[in-house]
Design a binder for this molecule. Structure first.
Ligand code: MG
Length: 388
């Protein structure tokens, strides 16, 4: 029996993880849950999975949740930053599913590693912001980090049983999002609703918008660099609109190994939870003969400048990736609030990066400083744009 804690249980990855666990009750048990503001869903999860401890975003919601649970055998309820860290390092936990969205997932994930818990990593920001530190810390603590992000989970599978020195390059596939075939001149008038229509994957709002701008793929390039200890010039992106091939590894002899499946996050989640074993019937099997035509095309950097920004930043290293991520989070929020246009998001991030002097990252505080600086600078730039 593996005891699981889920950080971000009411989000898309959290809900899918609980579905996998519910269908495999003899293998997995939920011992701790952390959510944000969605108390009604969290309550249903508590009723069904009976965790020993749960965390919500603040004291007010913790009180509300206590009231909602008054008449049942309630778990321990904690809140805020210290609460998330408590859930992440809960003594009964064997594996932590790190699925809080955005930079907020970083510190809880680090607490889990520090406590020696294996990680099923869905929060890519942990790697983007602090990859070098986190990988070193995990090695030091003997912690396994298994990627849940579908592309990285695919590469993890394609690398298994092979010699890493024989890898020529990693090829991350990208769906291309809803604007793959939209002419460049129409990008200026993309609306929020347009950006929220992802063709293949059901995901949270932030990542759906990042997929539409391909910033998500940029973040994934940086994530891959650290997860697989790979030079950035050995990581390529290939647009594959059908999302059947989840990513590939090319070896020195010209062989390419691909991992395929229907686009269903329960696939990578199952693999991460049960690794090194595979779960029986985890997802519906892929029938390639009825999958239709599979296409592979080069990304269009003019339409998706965020991708190029991420490559530049990945090469630069230091504080630059944390600044990229922070300024992008602020820019996405501003787009959601109608303050800036879709195309302005990458422009804001670029302007922030142009005014950033890259610093070395030696401690987690350096990462938090870079994150703070990137956010403040992005807000300044957005305000200036709104006035002019
Ligand atoms: Mg992904």
């Amino acid at each position: 029996m593996k005891n699981i804690s889920i950080l971000g249980s009411t989000g898309s990855i959290g809900v899918n993880t609980l579905d996998v666990i519910a269908r495999n009750p003899s293998r997995f048990k939920v011992v701790a849950l952390a959510a944000g503001r969605n108390l009604s869903l969290l309550k249903r999860q508590i009723d069904e999975f009976k965790p020993g401890i749960v965390c919500v975003i603040d004291d007010e919601r913790a009180d509300q949740l206590r009231e909602m649970l008054e008449h049942c055998a309630a778990p321990g309820i904690v809140s805020g930053d210290s609460g998330y860290m408590e859930v992440a390092s809960w003594e009964k936990t064997d594996m932590v599913v790190s699925a809080i969205s955005g930079a907020a997932g970083l510190l809880p994930t680090i607490s889990a590693i520090d406590a020696g818990k294996d990680i099923a990593l869905a929060n890519k920001e942990t790697m983007v912001m602090a990859g070098e530190l986190v990988i070193a810390m995990a090695a030091n603590r003997g912690v396994k980090i298994i990627p849940v992000d579908s592309e990285h989970n695919a590469i993890f599978q394609c690398l298994r049983g092979h010699n890493k020195n024989e890898v020529k390059r990693l090829i991350l596939t990208a769906s291309g999002g809803p604007f793959l075939n939209l002419p460049l001149e129409r990008f200026a008038s993309i609306s929020l609703d347009d950006a929220l229509q992802h063709p293949n994957w059901e995901m949270g709002r932030k990542i759906t918008i990042d997929s539409a701008s391909m910033m998500n793929k940029g973040l994934e390039v940086i994530e891959a660099k650290w997860l697989f200890d790979m030079d950035i010039d050995k990581i390529d992106v290939c647009v594959h609109p059908q999302s059947i091939v989840h990513s590939m590894v090319e070896y020195v002899d010209g062989s390419v190994i691909a991992q395929m499946g229907l686009p269903d996050m329960r696939g990578p989640i199952s693999y991460a939870l049960s690794y090194p074993e595979r779960l029986q019937g985890a997802v519906e099997a892929l029938d390639l003969c009825s999958a239709g035509v599979l296409e592979f095309i080069n990304p269009d950097y003019a339409k998706f400048p965020a991708l190029e920004l991420a490559y530049t930043v990945a090469g630069e290293g230091g504080s630059a990736p944390a600044v990229l991520n922070a300024s992008n989070e602020v820019a996405v929020e501003a787009f959601v609030e109608g303050k800036i246009r879709f195309v302005d998001m990458a422009l804001v991030v670029k302007e922030v990066l142009d005014s950033h002097r890259t610093k070395e990252i030696n401690r987690i505080e350096d990462v938090l400083d870079a994150d703070w600086w990137g956010r403040a600078r992005a807000r300044e730039i957005i305000e200036k744009r709104m006035i002019s």
